[in-house]
Design a protein around this ligand. Sequence first.
Ligand code: ATP
Ligand code: MG
Length: 423
Amino acid sequence: MAIQRPKGTQDLLPGTIEQWHYLEETIRRVCRDYGYEEIRTPIFEATELFQRGVGQTTDIVKKEMYTFLDKGDRSMTLRPEGTASVCRAYVEDKLYGQPLPVKLYYQGPMFRYERPQSGRFRQFHQFGVEVLGADQPLVDAEVICLVWDLYQRLGLSGLEVHLNSVGCPTCRAAHREQLHKFLEERKSELCQDCQERYERNPLRILDCKNPHCQAVTEGAPTTLDTLCDGCRSHFDNVLSLLSGAGVSYKVNPRLVRGLDYYTKTAFEVMVEEIGAQSAICGGGRYDGLVEEIGGPATPGIGFAMGLERVLAALQVQGKFPEAKPKLFAMLVALGDKAQNEGFALMNALRGKGIPVQMDLLGRSLKAQMKAADREGAEFALILGEEELERQVLLLRDLTSGEQTEVPLPKAIEVVYSKYQRGV
Ligand code: ATP
Ligand code: MG
């Protein structure tokens, strides 16, 4: 039997890959405009990085990682997300020596062992940014504005930005106490996972997707109820900056990022039309993370966006720009001699940066002309035995049907000047 690709992975084929290019290029342009530079980290890292940087109690580390021993018996993991790697690089490559804040972005494949379904894959792609070395509300607002702006440029609508503050370790301790008190009598009604969370990480109970747990925790104290003065004013500031920038958002006190090193702002962007997996972007502040993985105390904030889900939204909303034909001219050669001469001419034209192709299968004139049409070529450059004899090239304008003869030695010059007029 023919070998198939692994479950939860995709082949991105010509026809759709143009959509990826469009999205990736738009992302690059936004990042450049906002002063973010690209970072590329390894696809696999020491497992410990994610255990510490994502957290032992998260779904990702508990059940979703592709972990293996390499031939040197080291435990390695295919990266399930990008933030931990960027923070590791920040420390290892001493990026803190640069003017702060360091503003980075990445794009690339991530790997999680999940149940494949619509919008959920085992190999998927994220675009993310991380800002390291700045704790001002301005940064939180800039990062969210970048996401918003990207969606504007892509022409997406119907998006909701959900925002919350999970506070700092000080106000979280107060919240934990109140939450414990609230859940004390209801604990037994929670799902198995949440019963575990009750001891280790009760904040995450608020985030449980189980409808029963959601009912049990209805009316539970939220982190917003217990914010200290510093965290409160940080949050208010972020909200007012976002309002000033025209970003519409919704404060959602149940949105949490539950690890100790997640602090203050947490946010998510949802779009309903793409089905159950409606979160297209998630992010927040992580002022304790760099220290957690062994670096100097450094505030940080970032987000990660699922590109398959953004593409799904673009598809549903019909927002892809029309594809432009890529081919300028098709070189149509007939007979061995003309083929040789034509091949040389095609290469000379390519050398000038003109998109030209020729038939590679030795097909008939009719088939070659059909291919020229199909590829959207503007001109057919026709060279048969007879033209070769007379040292001319037939230049047919495929839009108007008009055909002219050009002396072969002048062909490059003439085609080049037509090409330039078109660009
Ligand atoms: P979810 O609740 O959907 O599992 P998550 O909290 O695990 O999301 P993050 O780790 O915050 O997601 O990743 C950021 C974004 O990456 C998500 O909002 C989503 O768009 C995308 N994403 C996460 N997991 C997958 C996956 N398995 N397949 C496709 N996209 C994904
Ligand atoms: Mg997940």
